[in-house]
Every structure is written in C-alpha cells, then in structure tokens.
Ligand binder design. Structure first.
Ligand SMILES: Cc1cc2nc3c(=O)[nH]c(=O)nc-3n(C[C@H](O)[C@H](O)[C@H](O)COP(=O)(O)O)c2cc1C
Length: 236
C-alpha cells in the first residue's frame, strides 16, 4: 500500500470533514474510476422525448385552460405557463432551456414540423393539430397557434409564442389517420414522400392546409388573433 497523504488526527470536529484520509493508490488504480470517463461523459444526461416510452393513455385537457410557451428562435423553451408544466409532467427547471421537442410524440409526422418552421420563420402563424407526449409517456392533443416576437430595434425575429387549447374530438378523429399515414410514408421515403402525399390529398380535396385545419378545428385566424392579443399580457 502506498500512502499518498496522511494528516494527523484533528480534534476540532468542524475540521474533520476536510481531513484527507489515507489513500490506497493501488485500490484507486484498480477501481472503475477513470479520469477520461469523467471528462468525456456529460455530467447529466439531457432529457429528451426519445428517452420517454410512449404509452397508450390520453391526458384529457381542460377545454377552458390553455397551454402557453415561449421559445427562442431555435425552439428552446424560455417560458411555460402553469398548465404547460402540469400537463407535460416536467418541472419548470426541466423544461426551461430545453428544445420544445422534449414533448415531441413519435406519432407526429416530421412534415408537420417542417411546415410549422417554414411558416413561423416567415413570420406567419400556422394552426397545427399536435399530439404531444408527457414525461410519463401519456399523450395529449392540442391545437396550437403561433405568434412571432420581433425585436423592435433590429426587426429580427426574437422568438416565438405558442398558444394551445384542447383539440376538439372532431379534429383528432380527422387528423389521427392522416398522421399515421404520413409517419409510415416517412419511414419509407422521408419528408419528400409525406410532403407529396399531403399536397396531393389537399389538392384532391380542393383545400389549402389552412382551410383544412380551420375546418376540422372549427377555428379561424381572426379569432386566434383576438385571443393572442388578449393573452399577450401573460408573456410580459
Ligand atoms: C414556439 C414553439 C412551440 C413548439 N411547440 C411544440 C410542441 O408543443 N410539440 C412539439 O413536438 N414540437 C413543438 N415545437 C417544435 C419543436 O421545436 C421541434 O421542431 C419538433 O418537436 C420536432 O423536433 P425534432 O425535429 O427534433 O424531431 C415548437 C416550436 C416552437 C418554436
């Protein structure tokens, strides 16, 4: 045994905590401890939806409540209201600073998020029916609308607000089979395939994406604008 350092016994109990004990170097060397491991491994595993196993259990949302969140320009969460925290099942600390994909459900087609980002990066709202996943793997359906926060000085996009309400059953019934189809197409041919399928479907119906969504959700953009201006006070 090689003693690295040994301090004499200390009487003062308040100092006892910092006394370096005799260390057996051989013991240390043969332990699983590795400096490389310590340096290369992140201190804490980041939380992502990919670590959550989805379960087939729906969280029924209160139709009178809304779920609000605010993100930076890349979708990293800066704020979430109480109902968001409650439904998502994460603590506020776990949500702030994480990408919004922390609640992404694997049943959501990628093409919907591509459409969403194209719109908001062009400073336009989009109404989307989204299936989200809580920390415990349960799911909940929302109708989401966005508002773009613009920096008054630079006129650059400073972030985004998302305002969500419970999706009407009619909207879920209409969109669920479509999302299933889009997800299965994406497995075969990616977003090229799902984009083409969605376009062809809308064309056959003679509707734009917005007309289709407004029809199934029973919403219209004027109503959303009014709701948003009423909600703005919560974001300050
Ligand atoms: C303001 C805002 C709110 C968002 N809300 C959600 C949401 O509720 N659920 C979700 O899955 N993605 C949401 N997103 C999109 C995510 O940032 C992300 O693009 C999406 O989950 C797909 O993630 P992935 O590309 O890593 O699969 C939101 C983005 C923004 C800017």
């Amino acid at each position: 045994m090689i003693a690295v350092r040994k301090k004499p016994p200390v009487e003062d109990s308040s100092l006892k905590k910092i006394v370096i004990e005799e260390v057996d170097v051989q013991e240390v060397a043969s332990s699983t401890f590795s400096l490389d491991k310590l340096i290369n491994e992140p201190a804490e595993e980041p939380i992502t939806s990919k670590k959550v196993t989805p379960i087939d259990e729906e969280i029924i949302l209160d139709p009178k409540k809304y779920i609000l969140s605010k993100t930076d320009t890349k979708g990293f969460i800066e704020y979430g209201n109480e109902y968001f925290v409650e439904i998502a099942g994460y603590t506020e600390e776990e949500l702030i600073g994480k990408n919004h994909n922390i609640i992404r459900h694997p049943d959501m087609p990628k093409i919907v998020f591509q459409l969403l980002w194209k719109r908001i990066e062009n400073r336009q709202n989009i109404t989307a029916v989204v299936k989200n996943m809580a920390k415990d793997g349960r799911y909940y359906w929302v109708v989401t609308d966005f508002e773009i926060k613009v920096d008054k000085v630079t006129n650059d996009i400073a972030g985004y607000f998302a305002y969500r309400t419970a999706a009407p059953r009619k909207a879920i019934t209409a969109i669920e089979p479509l999302y299933k189809k889009l997800v299965s197409i994406e497995k075969e041919s990616g977003m090229d395939g799902s984009g083409k399928y969605l376009n062809a479907l809308l064309e056959a119906e003679g509707k734009t994406y917005d007309q289709f969504i407004n029809e199934i959700t029973g919403k219209n953009s004027t109503m959303m604008r009014l709701l948003f201006s009423a909600m703005k006070k919560f974001f300050r």
